[in-house]
Design a protein around this ligand. Structure first.
Ligand code: GDP
Length: 297
């Protein structure tokens, strides 16, 4: 189950309210203290937690909640709504270009799951939106990145464009787009290079690709297992490059939930997809309301 520890603690804290006929302000405060601890233990950003708790409390007190017939249910509903809002309220979709091909540039640190996610995303959009994607291999630094993309592409029966590792990423990306236009691919997904840490060379290279290629979407791939680090990475990438959305990987693992619950509030960028496993069809569109309900059980 997703965010097991967090779910259990939230259910415990809120469950205590359910049985009560009437709630006092102290009941709500006690429950909110537990909710706050549960969120902090799940590695949710401190400021995000503070704002969240204060919003929930305000609504609990302000809305005649405590006088209602089922006040506990009311509080749970409010928590659910605020969790949903924290994660962006509504599903955020890929915006496709009115004049194809749509160009998506994938960025992120090495190991976040970028190359795998490029394949997953191409496969998803081919299957569910009848797109004809082309994957473009611009990660010329990581040994075997090009080969990895080719393997992914062949498994999905999706073409991969590469020029080896001796050309620069801007030229490869441009040639890839021309190739897509010639071949009738209406979607180009560019796999860029990642580094172990954010550094200036990496950002400059990504900025060059962005300037020359003018992608319709820059999607940042981050690893949910790294919690607040992932959120910091997202903030840095967004400040340096400007991203349009986030793909959160490895949510199938033993992750606490901090990245999923913080990254939208911290960066103001939506999570568009989530990675739920190593297989190429383990990618799902992100629905804030469904995630909130999953967490609250
Ligand atoms: P890159 O360096 O960012 O291109 O990362 P890769 O695409 O090579 O992925 C790094 C590792 O993470 C690989 O072993 C992937 O199989 C794994 N991975 C990627 N996405 C997910 C996911 O959603 N869940 C799990 N469990 N593993 C993933």
């Amino acid at each position: 189950m997703i965010f097991e520890g967090l779910s259990e603690k939230l259910q415990n804290a809120l469950g205590k309210l359910k049985g009560k006929g009437k709630l006092s302000e102290k009941d709500v405060n006690d429950a909110m203290r537990e909710v706050k601890l549960a969120l902090l233990e799940a590695d949710v950003n401190f400021k995000v937690v503070k704002d969240f708790i204060s919003k929930v409390k305000d609504r609990c007190v302000g809305q005649d909640v405590m006088e209602s017939l089922t006040p506990g249910q009311h509080v749970i509903k409010i928590v659910n709504e605020e969790l949903t809002s924290l994660m962006g309220t509504v599903q955020s979709r890929i915006s496709f270009a009115s004049k194809p091909p749509t160009i998506i540039m994938l960025v992120g640190l090495q190991g976040a799951g970028k190359t795998t996610t490029g394949g997953k995303l191409a496969g998803y959009l081919k299957k569910h939106q009848s797109k004809r994607p082309l994957l473009v291999a611009c990660d010329i630094y990581r040994p075997a990145a090009i080969k990895q993309l080719q393997v992914v592409g062949s498994k999905l029966d999706i073409p991969v464009f590469d020029m080896g590792d001796k050309q620069n990423p801007v030229d490869i990306a441009k040639a890839g787009i021309e190739h897509a236009i010639k071949k009738g691919n209406d979607l180009v997904i560019i796999d860029t290079a990642g580094r172990l840490h954010i550094d200036e060379d990496l950002m400059n290279e990504l900025k060059d690709v962005k300037r020359e290629v003018k992608p319709h979407e820059i999607l940042l791939v981050i690893d949910a297992m790294t919690g607040q680090d992932a959120v910091n990475v997202a903030e840095n990438f967004n400040e340096a490059l400007g991203v349009d959305g986030i793909i959160l990987t490895k949510l199938d693992g033993d992750t606490r939930g901090g990245a999923a619950l913080s990254v939208r509030a911290v960066t103001h960028k939506p999570i568009k997809f989530i990675g739920m496993g190593e297989k190429l069809d383990d990618l799902e569109p992100f629905h804030p309301d469904r995630m909130a309900s999953r967490i609250l059980g």
